[in-house]
Design a protein. Structure first.
Length: 415
């Protein structure tokens, strides 16, 4: 199938092959072509350019034409941090927080991650698959074209495997690119209540070999945070992951800065995610590294915690990616459009910076920027076609509105 899109008001994020991430002041630029056309061949972007230089229409071979007059076309969002596979919901904890309990207090009472783990352990693989599939289909309609999904609500070998097998089934059944991350070290389960290091050993000796044997994970994660897992635990997990070829993508600096960013960088982690609390040393550790900082603003919105200091990160010449953190406890939303809006409204990022962070830099955080995250010849044809809007700045500005008209995934119109 060859789809020709013509009269595009503006084609965004046009990059030469080989652009893998954008850092610092370069994030303020969003290369584009006004009044453009684009040709999709099978699942790839074959060609594009300005309407003025488009070959004669009868010289182009195509099966379907989309007239995008007044509409903007951009690469699909890449969501590099989600916990999309979960059982049940936690709206009671949401109400508890409204009534004055903190996220930490709820967790201390056995709520939080342990609450989700209990629900997940009691849920069949089939139900888990069906619930997760609905969420995946929802986010695809919201413009997400590649996604990471973590385990971490199992906390037993059996339940962690169940989560990752569900992710594998989603991968096989769906056209969307899915990367999976093993997050056994998300919380200490009741069985290991007074033996956190014993649980880490259990993860390394019991869970990890089975996950690797079934080839269920691309990356490894740990919740490096006071009251959860220490720096030493983080080093052990990252080292163990390396032995199976799993790079780190870690939860760090959500509530406290305990040095996890430096440790992650020293272990060549692919990304460090959350960063609501950031010290000078953390910024220094990220300089000259290949580790992508990832901000999760809808988590800050939902929990009422600080937003990741994007300006400090970008103004220190670092790159930044944006993701949703979709999960039942801290972010029950997988909407990347909202994330892009929040980045502008609450983190002082310009629309250009936010779109770079949610496309090419997010693709880097999943090692997908050779194939995703920009309009480049030969890349996967994952596209958002907006409704008729005045300019791309309208996307973050009109927060809460759905400005998407069509989604194309792997060269196919999804809706
Ligand atoms: N902080 C750790 N993990 C998740 C939330 C987990 C939960 O509350 O269920 C997060 O990224 O916010
Ligand atoms: Zn998370």
């Amino acid at each position: 199938m060859r789809i020709l899109i013509t009269h595009i008001q503006e084609l965004l994020q046009v990059r030469p092959k080989g652009t893998l991430k954008i850092a610092g002041s370069a994030m303020k630029k969003l290369p584009s072509i006004k009044n453009a056309w684009l040709l999709i061949n099978q699942d790839k972007i074959e060609d594009f350019g300005s309407m003025e230089t488009m070959p004669e229409i009868d010289e182009i071979e195509y099966d379907k034409e989309i007239d995008a007059t007044g509409q903007i076309v951009l690469p699909s969002w890449v969501d590099s941090h989600t916990h999309l596979i979960y059982a049940g919901n936690r709206e009671q904890e949401f109400v508890d927080r409204i009534n004055g309990l903190t996220y930490e207090e709820i967790a201390e009472k056995g709520g939080g991650i342990l609450n989700s783990a209990k629900k997940l352990q009691e849920t069949s693989e089939e139900t888990l698959y069906n619930e997760s599939l609905k969420r995946l289909e929802e986010v695809i309609k919201l413009g997400t074209g590649a996604i990471e999904i973590k385990s971490g609500y199992g906390l037993t070998t059996e339940a962690e495997l169940k989560m990752l097998r569900v992710a594998k089934r989603l991968k096989e059944k769906h056209p969307i690119e899915i990367k999976t991350t093993f997050l056994g070290a998300h919380a200490v389960p009741p069985k290991f209540k007074n033996d956190r290091t014993g649980y880490i050993s259990h993860i390394i000796e019991e869970m990890l070999p089975k996950i690797a044997e079934e080839n269920l994970a691309d990356y490894i994660d740990i919740f490096c945070e006071k009251g959860y897992f220490s720096l030493e635990d983080t080093e052990r997990i990252l080292e163990a992951g390396k032995k199976y070829g799993l790079k780190g993508k870690i939860h760090v600096n959500q509530f406290n800065a305990i040095g996890g960013i430096k440790t992650a960088v020293e272990h060549q982690s692919l990304s460090v995610d959350h960063l609501e609390v950031l010290e000078k040393e953390d910024i220094e550790a990220l300089k000259n590294s290949d580790t992508m900082p990832v901000a999760l603003p809808s988590c800050s919105l939902f929990l009422g915690i600080p937003y990741t200091p994007a300006r400090e990160i970008i103004d220190n010449n670092l790159p930044l990616a944006l993701a949703t953190d979709y999960n039942p406890g801290s972010t029950p939303s997988g909407n990347m459009n909202l994330v892009v809006s929040l980045a502008c409204i609450k983190m002082n990022m310009t629309p250009e910076e936010a779109i770079n962070a949610a496309t090419i830099n997010a693709a880097y955080a999943l090692e997908l920027s050779e194939t995703h995250g920009s309009i480049t010849k030969g890349k996967i044809a994952n596209l958002i076609i907006t409704k008729q809007i005045p300019s791309y700045g309208f996307l973050p500005y009109a927060f809460g509105s759905n400005n998407i008209d069509q989604v194309i995934l792997g060269g196919k119109t999804i809706f």
